[in-house]
Design a binder for this molecule. Structure first.
Ligand SMILES: Cc1cc2nc3c(=O)[nH]c(=O)nc-3n(C[C@H](O)[C@H](O)[C@H](O)COP(=O)(O)OP(=O)(O)OC[C@H]3O[C@@H](n4cnc5c(N)ncnc54)[C@H](O)[C@@H]3O)c2cc1C
Length: 332
């Protein structure tokens, strides 16, 4: 079955530019309303605005459900039409190809709610909530436990999948459980043990299961002024040691213990090295920043260049932490 035989009803016909028309098939010029939801699947949606690198082509189809029912309907649509699904959180750990992504991109950005339960000290949040915003909310309430997360510009879902961490803490340390939607439409609640956590990874990566909600154990009852001060300190430390002034994805490579990737890259003489608009940051060598007008292919070429240089000098092949999605070609 092709996408043009979509089961959802066509509710709008959009006008495409001639450039987009070249890549669009007949149905990708139509917005598709998912039955029994207020949710629409849009064709040819640019992803550069939805990634922290500010690069990348268009999603063939894009949807941003506002509740779990609409999320289930989106998954059902993809399954029925046998098209690939890509999950997009805040896009802060993604490099999307300039050629865009085939199939359906499901963004979790509109899955929003949070509940701080003073009786248990647990925070239950929807997958699309922003991690830094939750860290500040917890600090304002005098709840300890999320101060470390203030500088991680992702969503709850992204943090659960990536096991995001900083300042010697990580998501797995706080997580009580995560609610996960499978491609067959079933929802289950999984414990950290079932999620197979390790350094910046979990069994959810590459699994096509979607985190819909997470519950974290925090510690209420502290003086808000103290928690706010610690949170500010963490934020300030990040601002002084990492280049937040240019688009990036944070650390590009995993640290190959006992080394830090940043140290290896710096020792290889690559600080400031640039391909197109992509540069190895002067402030922190494990960051590649978009100095303006970078293409995804520039960033990809720089990643490969760094890997080869470090391999030549240290016999270590750096593994990317950033998730590279779509087709890539070397720019040089
Ligand atoms: C300036 C900067 C600083 C950073 N600092 C840190 C840091 O200190 N520590 C750290 O760990 N990371 C850091 N990061 C990287 C990034 O913020 C984290 O990896 C974050 O957890 C990614 O969350 P996200 O919502 O942006 O996920 P995305 O980048 O959108 O997605 C990442 C992966 O998770 C999947 N995914 C996202 N949401 C879901 C969901 N609901 N269900 C299933 N799969 C999902 C995606 O498909 C993708 O494979 C930094 C990034 C930037 C830009």
């Amino acid at each position: 079955m092709t996408i043009s035989q979509a089961a959802g009803s066509v509710c709008t016909v959009s006008t495409l530019t001639s450039e987009k028309q070249e890549t669009a098939n007949s149905v990708t010029s139509q917005v598709i309303c998912l039955p029994d939801t207020d949710c629409a699947i849009k064709p040819q949606a640019s992803l550069s605005a939805f990634t922290s690198y500010r690069v990348g082509g268009a999603a063939e189809l894009y949807v941003a459900p506002r509740n779990v029912e609409a999320l289930q309907a989106s998954m059902k649509y993809a399954k029925e039409h046998e098209i690939p699904v890509t999950i997009l959180g805040a896009g802060s750990n993604l490099l999307v190809s300039d050629r865009g992504l085939p199939g359906l991109v499901i963004a979790t950005r509109h899955l929003r709610y949070s509940h701080f339960d003073p009786a248990t000290g647990q925070l239950t949040v929807a997958a699309g909530e922003s991690i830094p915003s939750l860290a500040w909310q917890a600090a304002d309430l005098g709840w300890e436990g999320l101060e470390w997360a203030v500088g991680i510009p992702g969503t709850v879902g992204g943090a659960v999948v990536m096991n995001a961490g900083a300042h010697h803490s990580c998501t797995a340390d706080m997580l009580v459980s995560a609610q996960v939607l499978s491609p067959d439409g079933t929802i289950e609640t999984l414990t950290p043990e079932q999620l197979g956590y390790a350094y910046r990874t979990s069994l959810l990566q590459g699994s096509n299961r979607i985190v819909t909600q997470a519950t974290f154990q925090l510690r209420p009852g502290a003086d808000p002024a103290t928690v706010i001060a610690v949170t500010k300190e963490h934020k300030q430390h990040r601002l002084s040691t990492q280049p937040y002034n240019y688009p990036s994805c944070g650390s590009v490579f995993r640290n190959p213990k006992p080394y830090s990737a940043g140290w290896l890259i710096e020792q290889s003489g690559l600080k400031g090295f640039q391909i197109g608009g992509a540069q190895v940051a002067q402030l922190h060598a494990n960051f590649i920043v978009n100095r303006g007008g970078a293409k995804a292919s520039d960033i990809f070429s720089l990643i490969r260049h760094i890997q080869h240089q470090v391999q030549d000098q240290w016999s270590i092949w750096l593994e990317p932490e950033v998730k590279m999605l779509g087709d890539f070609q070397l720019a040089c």
